[in-house]
Design a binder for this molecule. Structure first.
Ligand code: 5GP
Length: 119
């Protein structure tokens, strides 16, 4: 619907570099950029360049893409030196998962000891 479109257009524009974001990684499949409201010293979002609304909309053809998103998260964790101490990867899905932007994204969080609260 149109409100979903409005909320997700920002990520599309970041990918296209029409909206500002600190882009940490980009290739033909995905883009990684700093979250604008960082919840940890390192807080990066990793998104597919081609629109997928959420994990609930993933198809068989997206399997390699999902693996690539996770792999790049591990590479970024190494680049930002948070691999050894550790980090958290989060994917919120739809309403109950607390997803606010209806554009599939991985959160990579690290650089401090994170709380153990999941819900
Ligand atoms: P969600 O709750 O959907 O899993 O997470 C959405 C994330 O997107 C939030 O952490 C929020 O801070 C981030 N975000 C929302 N709008 C923007 C924006 O315009 N630019 C950037 N860089 N991050 C955004």
């Amino acid at each position: 619907d149109t409100s979903n479109e409005k909320k997700s257009i920002i990520f599309k524009n970041i990918i296209l570099r029409k909206c500002f974001a600190i882009i940490e990684y980009q290739d033909e499949l995905i883009t990684a950029f700093e979250d604008k409201n960082k919840l940890a010293p390192i807080h990066i979002l990793i998104v597919p360049n081609n629109y997928i609304q959420s994990m609930a909309y993933v198809k068989s053809k997206n399997k390699l893409l999902l693996g690539h998103m996770l792999y790049v998260a591990t590479k970024l964790a190494k680049k930002f030196n948070i691999s050894k101490n550790g980090y958290r990867i989060i994917i919120n899905c739809n309403k109950h998962g607390g997803q606010e932007i209806p554009y599939l994204h991985i959160h990579l969080l690290g650089g401090k000891k994170l709380s153990n609260h999941f819900c």
